[in-house]
Ligand binder design. Structure first.
Ligand SMILES: Cc1cc2nc3c(=O)[nH]c(=O)nc-3n(C[C@H](O)[C@H](O)[C@H](O)COP(=O)(O)OP(=O)(O)OC[C@H]3O[C@@H](n4cnc5c(N)ncnc54)[C@H](O)[C@@H]3O)c2cc1C
Length: 405
């Protein structure tokens, strides 16, 4: 097989795995990245334990991508969660399944895995061009870059993979600026929006001052017919955390459409309403309502504060109405937190723009992979799995295209 020179732009997980596949196949690969070091977001993901993928049955796993399932399914079936675990294992980072079914490397961080991976890429002869921002194409269709010192240059390759990430946490490298460059070439880009992010709430002053930074533990959040158990974190501007992220896509769409979304919070999911009524029915004389709620219903001060926000006035005194509020406290979410703080990005290169093998229909020889594609998924390892799988699929697509042409 003849060797080709391939440009990969973006040194995140999707670009790096594609580089590995192409270099193993004997191609000369150069990875360009605007940052001085690779995979900064991957390293940050490692601070939370690096949830690489999930162990649930593949059918449930694929359902997490909702509308994007049909698009991503062939890539994920070709490189499923077990392949990702085997790959990490081969780099000396074996994985384990946590109690939630999520899969983590035993080291619970990304740095040892990334170090071993970069050594492997170095051994395969992959070249890194660091601190080089891709700026588009010349009139002749050649890739253009700008170095950190402001020097513009062009670089010609046989094929290109764009693996530029989403638009969250831009200081780590992926800033979504590629969207304008691709749109100028007529490529449809679904608007980049925060995914797995928090929402704003018009908290009272007491809530902002006394409860910012306090978690709401063991709650169930419900919205649009979906209920998610977990935790949420109160902050001065609103609410974030795992349970909020899991519902972030439908909540975001409702806020964008209607300007607000009302979620309900079950503050005692382990107790039926009837049991709460029974416990709350007898309040001893002289006991404040807060103390009564704490002792009889087992509510933390943050949960009681949330009840007061939901009641928008004095709390009801009778046990039935109190129990109903504890089981379904309505909370109005008024806006999206900025994409800069979201874990991931919804929107991106539209599925209709991409051929099998992840080549852009309008730009033959240019492929796309990872979070810059128009899909979203909850946290739980689904983000990295799709980035790896589409990186692997794009590498296969590049090889097939080069072989044909
Ligand atoms: C706090 C946090 C925690 C997370 N935890 C998890 C987790 O536990 N599990 C999980 O599955 N996912 C997690 N994620 C999400 C996951 O890290 C991303 O989905 C993944 O890194 C995306 O990979 P990617 O290769 O598509 O893009 P990225 O990792 O974003 O890489 C894109 C690269 O492209 C480069 N680039 C962008 N534009 C240009 C340009 N014009 N020129 C040159 N280079 C450019 C950037 O510098 C960057 O290095 C987390 C994200 C965050 C923010």
């Amino acid at each position: 097989m003849s060797s080709h020179h391939i440009a990969i732009i973006g040194a995140g997980p999707s670009g790096l795995i594609a580089a590995e596949r192409l270099a193993v196949a004997g191609h000369a690969v150069t990875i360009y990245d605007r940052m001085p070091s690779p995979a900064r977001k991957f390293l940050l993901a490692g601070r939370g334990g690096l949830n690489l993928t999930h162990s649930e049955p593949l059918d449930c796993f694929l359902a997490r991508y909702r509308d994007a399932r049909t698009w991503l399914e062939p890539a994920i079936r070709a490189f499923p969660p077990q392949s990702l675990r085997d790959w990490a294992d081969a780099l000396g980072q074996d994985t384990f399944v946590g109690s939630s079914g999520r899969v983590f490397p035993r080291a619970m961080k990304a740095s040892p895995l990334l170090r071993a991976w970069l050594r492997r890429l170095d051994g395969l002869g992959v070249a890194f061009a660091r601190g080089q921002r891709w700026t588009g194409w010349s009139e002749a269709g050649v890739l253009t870059f700008r170095s950190r010192d402001g020097v513009d240059f062009e670089a010609k390759h046989d094929a290109t993979l764009l693996a530029l990430g989403g638009a969250s946490w831009p200081r780590l490298g992926s800033d979504g600026a590629w969207a304008t460059l691709l749109a100028a070439r007529g490529i449809a880009i679904a608007p980049l929006r925060p995914s797995n992010g928090g929402f704003t709430v018009d908290w009272s002053q007491t809530m902002r001052e006394r409860f910012a930074g306090v978690p709401l533990k063991r709650i169930v959040l419900s919205f649009g017919g979906q209920s998610v158990p977990g935790e949420a974190m109160i902050d001065a501007a609103g609410l974030e955390g795992g349970a909020v992220y899991a519902l972030s896509a439908p909540i975001r769409e409702t806020i964008l459409r209607e300007g607000r979304a009302v979620i309900t919070v079950d503050l005692r999911p382990d107790h039926e309403a009837a049991l709460l009524v029974q416990r709350l029915a007898h309040r001893r004389k002289g006991v404040t309502l807060s103390n009564h709620l704490r002792k009889a219903a087992g509510l933390a001060p943050s949960a009681i504060a949330l009840l007061r926000e939901a009641a928008k006035g004095p709390l009801p005194q009778d046990a039935e109405r109190l129990a109903a509020l504890i089981k379904a406290a309505p909370l109005v979410l008024t806006g999206l937190r900025p994409i800069e703080r979201a874990i991931s990005t919804a929107g991106g290169v539209a599925a209709a723009e991409v051929e099998e093998g992840f080549m852009l229909k309008r730009l033959p020889g240019t492929f796309v992979a990872g979070e810059m594609l128009d899909w979203e998924a909850p946290t739980g390892g689904y983000l990295l799995q799709a980035c790896f799988a589409t990186g692997v699929a794009a590498a296969a697509g590049i090889q097939a295209w080069l072989a044909e042409s």
